[in-house]
Write a protein that binds this ligand. Structure first.
Ligand code: PRP
Ligand code: URA
Length: 209
């Protein structure tokens, strides 16, 4: 069953408050999303494999641990997931980046696929999927299905805000995928928006409304 981690760190909660604020403009919104993504990525990467190395300090030789070098791919769900990529890459700069294009039909709330370009060796990589909003969960569930169809196995999903409905959808359809979120909100409204949420993440990131 998926493990759900809600990051309750004070820095995350502080920044998330300003991300939610409707008076926060696109520039500051983008910066805050970048910073919070970095903090969530810290948790997402907590179980990266390590290997022992011998290091000579100015005092003596000692055994240390460094990353074992497992390959990682970051895969944003376009558009809004793009806003989280640089935060993750700040911590793991060697990761490759794939892109999955999905938008939610405003009437049916069903995801519509329009793009998929992944690293050729995606099946060998640990995959971190980014999307700020997990609402009905339809987009995330479809993106995870697309990734698995291309051979991806070890996948984690990182979001800023999730509705209980979206978490349930991912847990039901992809129980092998762990979910990391900054906050789990109350519910969805009649238009499928997360309440209280932050509004439309893509529009707020790119100033399109
Ligand atoms: C938003 C968000 C998710 C999706 C969540 O994208 O970034 O991808 O909605 O909703 P769901 O869980 O109900 O599927 P949107 O479809 O607005 O596209 P955009 O990122 O291009 O704005
Ligand atoms: N997509 C968003 O951008 N915001 C929501 O609240 C729900 C879906």
């Amino acid at each position: 069953m998926s493990k759900v981690t809600e990051i309750k760190h004070p820095l995350v909660l502080h920044k998330l408050a300003y991300i939610r604020d409707k008076n926060t403009g696109a520039k500051e919104f983008r910066e805050l999303v970048h910073e919070v993504s970095m903090l969530i990525a810290y948790e997402v990467t907590r179980d990266l494999q390590l290997e022992e190395v011998d290091i000579e300090t100015p005092i003596q030789w000692t055994k240390c641990k460094t990353l074992a070098g497992k390959k990682i791919a970051v895969v944003p769900i376009l558009r809004a997931g793009l806003g989280m990529v640089d935060g993750v890459l700040t911590l793991i700069p060697a990761a490759k980046v794939g892109h999955i294009g999905l938008y939610r039909d405003e009437e049916t709330l069903e995801p519509v696929e329009y793009f998929c370009k992944l690293p050729v060796d995606i099946q060998e990589r640990d995959v971190i999927v980014t999307d700020p909003m997990l609402a009905t969960g339809g987009s995330a569930a479809d993106a995870l299905t697309m990734l698995k169809a291309k051979g991806a196995k070890n996948i984690k999903l990182m979001c800023l805000i999730a509705a209980p409905e979206g978490i349930k959808k991912v847990m039901d359809t992809h129980p092998d995928v762990d979910i990391f979120v900054a906050a789990i909100d109350e519910r969805l409204n009649e238009h499928g928006y997360i309440v209280p949420g932050l509004g439309d993440a893509g529009d707020r990131l790119y100033g399109t409304k």
